[in-house]
Design a protein around this ligand. Structure first.
Ligand code: ADP
Ligand code: MG
Length: 258
């Protein structure tokens, strides 16, 4: 019989990674979107998930962020197997996501966006504690060196890069070591993208585990440590960036190699 306590004590450290997924599959009404996908993300590691349109990248992110239940497979956060009832359940367990289309509220100040759904209130009348939210927002954005005029600035007055910086600072603040990003720079220009990539590298330097979907291979080679390729729902390769080339990755994406 297996001695579970002993097994735990001697478990290799790979068992306690910020994210480990095993055998994840997803079907939509009989259509296979993901087939038996395995992945590990270590602290301070940026893993890029690449593949053509419809390969299943967003579906995978949605599974890890609690939006879709997997049809099969397991998700482990810090070594513990988890199942998510929904996205807010996943958030409560420390999974934060940054999307391409920014989930920010336009006509509100930055600090309200930082505390969206988690607003701080004070007193018996539960009045919004704007001062504390603004102060904490300043700290949150300072930590990642995101430059904005003020936590009280209106979101719609900011550039795309500044907004994405805020979305990343928010995700980082609430995440417990793992941040998922689905095409976070797809809507941004070159300079804004560079700024967001800097922010992502700061996250890495702080030891966060980052899983980023990107269709920009230059970006993948600039910032990621590991790349994994999906083709029509099948994971066709996982490589350290140091051990691969752009050509090899392109051939996996297009199906010229397998
Ligand atoms: N909610 C859904 N219902 C049915 N099919 C879906 C749904 N979401 C995604 N799909 C299908 O799953 C496949 C993968 O989609 P997606 O994960 O969005 O790809 P990617 O992000 O790599 O472009 C596609 O064939 C898509 O049509
Ligand atoms: Mg997608």
């Amino acid at each position: 019989m297996t001695d579970i306590s002993n097994e735990n004590r001697s478990a290799p450290t790979t068992k306690n990674l910020p994210l480990r997924i095993e055998g994840i599959s997803k079907h939509f009404d009989g259509v296979v979107a993901i087939k038996h996908f395995d992945l590990q993300v270590r602290p301070g590691e940026i893993v890029a998930l690449v593949g053509d349109n419809g390969a299943g990248k967003s579906t995978l992110v949605k599974i890890i962020s609690g939006l879709f239940p997997p049809s099969a497979g397991q998700i482990y956060l810090n070594g513990e197997q988890v199942t998510f009832k929904d996205a807010s359940d996943a958030r409560g367990k420390g999974v934060e996501v940054v999307y391409q289309d920014l989930a920010l509220v336009d006509n509100q100040p930055v600090y309200m966006n930082m505390f969206l759904g988690r607003e701080l209130v004070r007193g018996p009348l539960r009045i919004l504690d704007r001062k504390t939210m603004a102060q904490r927002t300043q700290t949150m954005i300072d930590e990642l060196d995101v430059r904005i005029p003020s936590p009280r600035s209106n979101i719609k007055a900011l550039s795309g890069g500044q907004r994405q910086g805020i979305a990343i600072a928010r995700a980082t603040h609430y995440a417990k070591g793992l941040v998922l990003m689905d095409e976070p720079t797809a809507a941004l220009g070159v300079a804004e993208t560079a700024k967001v990539e800097e922010t992502i590298l700061k996250l890495k330097a702080r030891g966060a585990a980052v899983l980023i979907v990107s269709h920009n291979l230059d970006q993948v080679f600039r910032i990621a440590d590991t790349v994994t390729v999906l083709r029509r729902g099948t994971q066709v390769a996982t490589r350290a960036l140091a051990d691969t080339s752009r050509n090899e990755i392109v051939s996996y994406i297009t199906g010229l190699a397998s």
